[in-house]
Design a protein around this ligand. Structure first.
Ligand code: ADP
Ligand code: ZN
Length: 743
């Protein structure tokens, strides 16, 4: 990926210069934020001058649309007489050349229409700026005017300065209407008030923690990379609790010293209260935050401050990649192994990989951070493309937690229960020491399956190939794919037997019920996406845990995220085997990452941590890797298994997902695609086959998988392939380059 980008990145401004001067009668390409194949040509009106990047209004059919003047020559296929003129400019800063390159790059890499990618970069600037607030000052040479006592009070209150209208009215004890009257009489003149900058510059020399020797060595390397002001990629790989965050904050400090901007991508920005607090402790002020749930006014202000170079540090979700930094000097991707960085809807792209592209386009260093790096990143290290910094020890002498496997075949939980006796005992001991425990199960709700004891009927979603999940407190069954919800039925819908429906298997809600019964005095907190709705709830949960108002935390994968809870010493995984079902290429790798991250929450301060993994297959390579803690060997084994078959990261994968309203239409389209599959040395097309989620939201899905040697450029192959097949009405083909999900 990085290689194919080199040509463009080396000459970022050529296209701009070549197309810059515009004159009468000129034609330019304008890219619109819609899924067209490319930009459309428009005529530049005589009185207007435009350059690539300008945001403009253009007519499209009978509507007026916002677009961006694009690079390169016009397409020229539309005759002069049919060419329509640009309607006018839009009050927005031009789109920078590096963002335009990023849009083109992502479109080409993901086989997406460039306009669809543009839409992600254009969501904000189209909104006009707010006028600066207005205040009043005395007129220099006021005309003769009636001078009442109230008017004199206003002039006295103003003195020689200016004041916002409401403040002035209050200070002088007059109405706003009286101020307007004085303005009309020429006694007051309006002044634009300075807007206080919303983001204070973080102080790089605000005293931070004293780093250990290991940490300092890693920080020094990162500082050097930042000071070089050149593209590079560094993997910062250190065990959980080794202080990776503190280290990359030093890289940010260096970036600030050079007066440049820094971008940090986090996988779950709503769960980042502890991260934000840490940043404030290090720099004295908060960073700018960016994600899609921000109020639109905040988004607008943030976007413009970033564009003006006045937001020195931005921490954000995937979409922050498209912010218009004029002087980006560092890109950090924390928890780089996280699949949350893969956007699965719309433009299907991996934000970690695109962050590296972004860094390259603006000649900045990228830092990828993880205690459990992905095989993709490790392969890039081994190929010499990425540099690696490794921290083998936790900070301050804290030990990594001791991991034990609980063989459920030998010591199963009581019938109808899910906590094995040994786990219960360990939790009791933890409470007795005044410490906290955490139970992890990556499943929301009460039970994943509801089944009729009389006829065996399973409650299934009518729109998806999925069971309905019971949420007992809310008395509903719900599909976690499409949201379809029904009340829990009193009788089996199939055989009408009453009181025959029974819950099979646990979700966190059921574990909470069991924990409440087992530890009646313990204070419980559930951390799942449906109990922690939004940043405030998540911050409050973290606060309560830090303040030791909680004894037992029960959660889904949310609990694996970067949390630092000093009094948490025991972690129990209810079903360590859960992620291994399904046979996904990365199932083992992901399970190790997730469980290792959850385990890494235990014993981060003085008291040692303990981790109990409940499993039916303790001999499995994943359990053995977690037991030994030797992730390096685990990764080597995974690599050895994937290399011969050219599986990622040693080869390329691309998925085509065919979907249609009927099974027949999906089958026909998938078969036609299969017949037209490219055949060449080094590539192999697997399928079509029904997707594991064969029906999703009522659409029937089939999958094809293209596997290629690393040196094969798959995008042109796929483009030709798709163009060679005419798919029927209502059929969609989605392309997923480097697929992470195989559902
Ligand atoms: P990681 O991101 O590698 O899991 P963190 O950066 O969260 O590790 O560090 C773990 C804990 O140790 C945090 O509370 C952090 O503030 C603390 N810590 C790390 N390095 C230092 C240091 N040099 N001085 C003081 N505290 C530190
Ligand atoms: Zn559904």
């Amino acid at each position: 990926m990085a290689d194919r980008n080199r040509k463009r990145a080396a000459q970022p401004d050529l296209a701009v210069d070549a197309a810059a001067p515009t004159g009468r009668g000129q034609t330019v390409p304008v890219l619109l934020p819609y899924p067209f194949a490319g930009p459309f040509d428009y005529r530049v009106p005589p009185a207007m001058a435009v350059a690539p990047g300008d945001v403009v209004l253009v007519p499209l059919n009978r509507r007026s649309e916002i677009g961006v003047v694009w690079d390169g020559p016009p397409d020229g296929s539309i005759g002069d007489n049919r060419l329509r003129p640009i309607s006018g400019p839009v009050d927005a800063p031009p789109m920078r050349a590096d963002i335009r390159q990023l849009v083109d790059w992502i479109a080409a890499y993901t086989v997406s229409p460039p306009g669809t990618v543009l839409a992600m970069a254009l969501r904000v600037p189209a909104i006009p700026a707010e006028p600066p607030p207005v205040g009043w000052q005395r007129a220099d040479a006021p005309p003769p005017a009636r001078m009442t006592e109230a008017r004199q009070r206003v002039l006295a209150a103003l003195g020689d300065t200016h004041m916002p209208g409401p403040d002035l009215a209050r200070a002088a004890g007059v109405s706003p209407a009286l101020l307007r009257g004085m303005a009309a009489a020429g006694l007051l003149i309006p002044v634009a008030l300075p807007v206080p900058p919303p983001f204070t510059r973080p102080d790089p020399d605000h005293p931070g923690p004293a780093l250990s020797a290991d940490q300092e060595a890693a920080a020094a390397d990162l500082r050097t990379a930042v000071a070089a002001q050149a593209f590079s990629v560094t993997l910062l790989d250190g065990v959980t609790g080794s202080g990776k965050t503190e280290i990359y904050l030093e890289a940010i400090a260096e970036c600030l010293r050079h007066g440049r901007q820094a971008l940090v991508l986090l996988p779950e920005i709503a769960l980042s209260s502890q991260w934000l607090a840490r940043f404030e402790r290090r720099f004295g002020v908060a960073p700018a935050v960016w994600h899609s749930d921000l109020p639109s006014r905040t988004r607008r202000i943030t976007w413009r401050e970033v564009a003006a170079g006045a937001a020195p540090v931005v921490v954000g979700a995937r979409s922050a990649l498209f912010l218009p930094f004029p002087d980006l000097g560092l890109v950090v991707v924390d928890e780089e192994h996280e699949t949350a960085f893969k956007q699965e809807e719309g433009v299907v792209y991996h934000a970690r990989d695109m962050a590296v592209v972004r860094a390259r386009l603006c000649a900045a260093p990228a830092v990828l951070v993880s205690a459990t790096p992905s095989l993709e990143t490790i392969a890039n290290v081994e190929a010499g493309r990425y540099h690696r910094l490794h921290l083998p020890d936790r900070f301050g002498g804290a030990k990594l937690p001791r991991v034990e496997l609980l063989d459920l075949r030998e010591s199963p939980p009581e019938r109808g229960h899910f906590l094995a006796p040994k786990l219960i005992e360990a939790i009791r001991e933890t409470f007795a020491r005044g410490e906290q425990a955490m139970l992890f199960l990556n499943r929301r709700g009460y039970a994943p399956l509801t089944l009729c004891r009389t006829c065996g009927h399973r409650m299934q979603c009518p729109n998806c190939t999925a069971w309905l999940v019971e949420h007992r407190a809310r008395r509903i069954l719900q599909c976690h794919h499409c949201g379809h919800t029904i009340p829990i039925p009193a009788e089996c819908p199939e055989c009408k037997a009453a009181h025959s429906l029974t819950a099979v298997g646990p979700g966190v809600e059921r574990i909470t019920e069991e924990a409440r019964a087992t530890f009646p005095d313990a204070r419980l907190l559930v951390m799942a996406s449906d109990t922690l709705t939004g940043p405030h709830a998540a911050a409050e949960a973290a606060r309560a845990i830090e303040a030791r108002e909680v004894d037992l935390i029960i959660g889904t994968q949310i609990v694996a995220k970067g949390w630092h809870f000093p009094y948490l010493t025991l972690v129990g995984a209810i079903d360590a085997d859960l992620g291994l079902a399904g046979g996904d290429l990365r199932a083992a790798e992901r399970t190790v990452q997730l469980l290792h991250q959850v385990a890494g929450r235990a014993g981060r301060a003085d008291a040692p941590g303990r981790v109990l993994l409940q499993t039916w297959s303790p001999e499995h390579k994943v359990m053995q890797a977690l037991l030994s803690g030797d992730l390096e060997s685990f990764r080597d084994n995974e690599a050895a298994e994937r290399r011969p078959g050219n599986w990622p990261p040693y080869g390329r994968l691309a998925a085509l997902i065919v979907s249609a309203d009927t099974a027949e239409a999906a089958d026909i389209a998938a078969r036609d695609l299969g017949r037209a599959a490219p055949m060449a040395d080094g590539i192999l097309v697997l399928g079509p086959a029904p997707a594991p989620l064969a029906i999703l939201r009522g659409r029937h899905r089939r999958r094809l998988l293209l596997k290629a040697r690393r040196d094969v450029a798959v995008q042109p192959l796929i483009r030709t392939w798709l163009a060679s097949v005419a798919t029927g009405r209502g059929v969609r083909v989605d392309v997923d380059i480097d697929p992470v999900s195989f559902l």
